[in-house]
Design a protein around this ligand. Structure first.
Ligand SMILES: [Fe+2]
Ligand SMILES: [Fe+2]
Length: 354
């Protein structure tokens, strides 16, 4: 515990104070996850969320680097604003596989989901079955802890950041090679991969993966990136559908984390505050900067990726404009947008928007 009696200005200073505390107390920053509880007695309430409350603070694993001349490096893509109501309205959804390409995409995702469950020890259905018979045994065998969820999230996000970049790069090369316009798709694809990398960075602020996990991420990226590259050349529509199904799974995963948190199964996250990087990126309003709020923002992002990719999977890949950055002749009518103004979990059909 630490009581910082002097006024600390801004987020950098607070991160520095935390780092200083860790140093002074000889806290080992190793490869294993460690959560640290630090109490700050704070100054201007308008600047940062941690006031004189007892809220636990995360240990920041990598610090913002100070340089002599640079004041701040803002996010390349400003995140659209989400209201609390919009984020609470995000639901689990599934788009029925209609075509052969949809079915291939769905089977591939189910297979990947199974692999990830094995790698991260996640057994939701089996846990629920056993819980009905013997709750204590179920808790011992399958309970998802904060650390297990965090490992899963890190792996999931390191995978999720790849497709947008691969698809964006291939469309970029295609546009130059064919000397044709791209119609605005590249921007959304790159922005999506940027957003996924922000998810990853936020989780890495809270938990450093061990050597095995780092190896798994490396190996998965090597296979996944190459597989997507060739798959996108063969059938971009199938890849967008596959990403749409992956994002359905991501919404399910974050919904479960929020539920587990609400039902008291993740006590370490109960009063945990979101790291500064997250507060800055999502412009999280004061009083709404907890771990739960963070999960709500991330889940909302995943629901947007789900909608974007299912919609892209419905479009003419070569001719249609990107409906998420287009202006509409009738702006009053619900239409695709970057924010959560008109959510459409299973994607927009082509005839509705083009
Ligand atoms: Fe994500
Ligand atoms: Fe996503």
């Amino acid at each position: 515990m630490i009581a910082t009696r002097t006024a600390i200005r801004g987020s950098t200073a607070s991160a520095r104070a935390t780092a200083h505390f860790l140093k002074c107390n000889g806290t080992h920053i190793g490869l294993r996850p460690t959560f640290v509880i630090a109490q700050h007695v704070q100054t201007p309430a308008s600047q940062r969320p941690f006031t004189s409350s007892n809220s636990p603070r995360i240990k920041e694993f990598f610090e913002k680097k100070e340089t002599e001349k640079v004041r701040k490096t803002p996010a390349a893509w400003a995140h659209p604003l989400y209201t609390e109501e919009q984020m609470n309205a995000v639901t689990v959804a599934h788009r029925e596989a209609q075509t052969m390409s949809d079915k291939v995409a769905l089977i591939a995702v189910k297979f990947m989901r199974w692999g990830l469950d094995v790698a991260t020890g996640y057994r939701h259905e089996r846990a629920i079955d056993l819980n009905e018979k013997d709750p204590e045994a179920a808790r011992k065998k399958f309970a998802m802890t904060e650390e297990k969820y965090m490992i899963r999230n890190v792996f999931l996000e390191s995978i999720a950041g790849v497709p947008g970049m691969v698809a964006g790069m291939l469309r970029h090369l295609h546009s130059m090679r064919r000397m044709k316009r791209d119609n605005g798709w590249i921007e959304s694809l790159l922005e999506e991969s940027y957003n996924e990398r922000m998810h990853l960075l936020v989780f890495l602020k809270m938990q450093q993966p061990g050597l095995f996990m780092r190896f798994m991420v490396l190996a998965a990226q090597g296979v996944w990136c190459n597989a997507l590259f060739f798959a996108y050349l063969v059938s971009p529509r199938t890849v967008h559908r596959l990403v749409g199904y992956l994002e359905e799974e991501a919404v399910i995963t974050y919904t479960r984390q929020i539920k587990d948190l609400d039902e008291g199964r993740l006590p370490k996250w109960q009063n945990l505050q979101a790291p500064d990087i997250a507060v800055d990126y999502w412009k999280m309003p004061e009083g709404h900067r907890t771990m739960r709020d963070l999960l709500l923002y991330i889940r909302a992002d995943e629901s947007k990726h789900r909608e974007v990719n299912h919609t892209f999977g419905n479009l003419d890949q070569k001719e249609d404009p990107n409906p998420f950055v287009s202006e509409y002749k009738d702006p009053e009518k619900p239409h695709p947008s970057k924010d959560l103004a008109f959510p459409k979990p299973t994607g927009w059909e082509r005839h509705e928007i083009i």
